[in-house]
Design a protein around this ligand. Structure first.
Ligand code: FAD
Length: 88
């Protein structure tokens, strides 16, 4: 079931586990936990596709190993960064 929490009441929602982030890691964990009989909330900050307001939350400065710009290399919507996978 897909629920838009901007239009819903948080108080009505209770599950065994809440996973923050609907990228490949979160979705994989959710599927495993559901298979094990748990109830799961997969809490995703973005929508079902690119939205500028959500994407802006990923802006930042990388101070570690050289990498792509942070707001280009991390996607803020359901599925996360899989949307720009190179196919490996
Ligand atoms: C250009 C590029 C190409 C790539 N190609 C490949 C490839 O071909 N094969 C491969 O295996 N890997 C590839 N990778 C690496 C791969 O994308 C990442 O390792 C992988 O997507 C990380 O998954 P994740 O679920 O941890 O994070 P993400 O995919 O970044 O997902 C995180 C999710 O959490 C959400 N989120 C973030 N903050 C919050 C919050 N506060 N509250 C709620 N939700 C939040 C985001 O919206 C997002 O949906 C590539 C990466 C890049 C940049």
């Amino acid at each position: 079931m897909h629920v838009d929490f901007e239009k819903s009441d948080f108080a009505d929602f209770a599950t065994d586990v809440c996973i923050i982030g609907g990228g490949v890691a979160g979705i994989t964990m959710a599927r495993r936990l559901l298979k094990a009989g748990r109830t799961v909330t997969l809490l995703e900050s973005g929508g079902l596709d690119y939205e500028a307001d959500s994407a802006d939350l990923n802006a930042g400065e990388n101070v570690g190993e050289p990498y792509y710009e942070l707001h280009h290399s991390r996607l803020r919507f359901f599925g996360g960064t899989t949307a720009i996978w190179g196919g490996a």
